[in-house]
Ligand binder design. Structure first.
Ligand code: OOG
Ligand code: MG
Length: 262
């Protein structure tokens, strides 16, 4: 670790205030170029602790930057992991207020819900599928707190990987009944298809993103508990949205899920 506790607490407060007040900020590595990944996750953990102290619940986990399309769009080379707080949850068909966000984008994802704990190191897609209760379509709304959505990996980890809102819905399917590599996804904005892909875009198999998360937590002596919702990462590039937009994700054999921006 390169940062002291006071600096970690200050950066967590700064980034969380930007989130809560929908204000952007230059990326934090501009001021702290020597910070490392341990610092970045410590800042994210401090943001999580602030929310829990305020009475929010943590309702899920997420992997991000797990597809080449996303890595290329954001100019980075490795996946990152974050969490979802209760108020990020949008009901199926529900509304997202753009006034609460800075510059939201949507991305098509496969959501996993576990029925058994997952622990690394050595977690693999077989272990993930065995521990998965069901998978279902999910749309993640990301909203980097960084100016113009420009960041590096350490800055985006500290900023809870741009997590802002999400909706899950459609048809929940047992993971072993779906070929998650070839499953096709179509993201529509205002009735027009705007992004397409297949599950294999995420690390060859979306379950690999869940295994990576279990292995990262395992290195810290932690595990993914049973009953955890996890977003496995955007399959395509993220698509910018504005007030008035309606977004639907269709996933082959798993129905569709929608939300609106107002
Ligand atoms: C970082 C979050 C990426 C995903 O699914 O790839 C993410 C970002 O692109 O702002 O959630
Ligand atoms: Mg995502």
């Amino acid at each position: 670790m390169k940062l002291d506790q006071a600096t970690i607490a200050r950066l967590a407060e700064h980034l969380e205030t930007c989130e809560l007040e929908a204000r952007d900020t230059p990326k934090i590595t501009d001021e702290f170029p020597d910070m490392d990944f341990e610092d970045a996750y410590a800042i994210q953990d401090a943001i999580r602790a602030r929310k829990i102290a305020r009475g929010n619940r943590i309702v899920g986990l997420k992997a991000g930057l797990t597809s080449h399309a996303k890595m290329k769009q954001m100019g980075v080379t490795e996946p990152v992991f974050g969490f979802m707080a209760d108020y990020y949850t949008v009901p199926e068909g529900g509304e997202v207020k753009v006034s609460e966000l800075i510059h939201p984008k949507v991305e098509p994802e496969i959501a996993f819900v576990t029925k058994a704990p997952l622990k690394g190191p050595g977690c693999h897609i077989g272990a993930v599928l065995a521990a998965t209760d069901f998978v279902l379509p999910g749309i993640e709304v990301i909203d980097s707190r960084y100016r113009d959505f420009k960041f590096d990996l350490k800055s985006v980890v500290a900023d809870n990987t741009s997590a802002a809102r999400y909706v899950i819905g459609g048809m929940a399917r047992p993971a072993k009944e779906v070929d998650l590599r070839t499953v096709g996804v179509v993201l529509e904005k205002n009735g027009e298809p705007v992004a397409f892909g297949a599950g294999a875009a995420v690390l060859g198999h979306p379950a690999a993103a869940i295994a990576m998360l279990a292995n990262m937590l395992g290195a810290k002596g932690e595990e993914i508990p049973a009953g955890t919702l996890i977003l496995s990462g955007g399959i395509t590039e993220a698509v910018p949205v504005a007030a008035g937009d309606a977004v639907t994700l269709r996933v082959q054999g798993m129905g569709s899920v929608s939300l609106r921006f107002c």
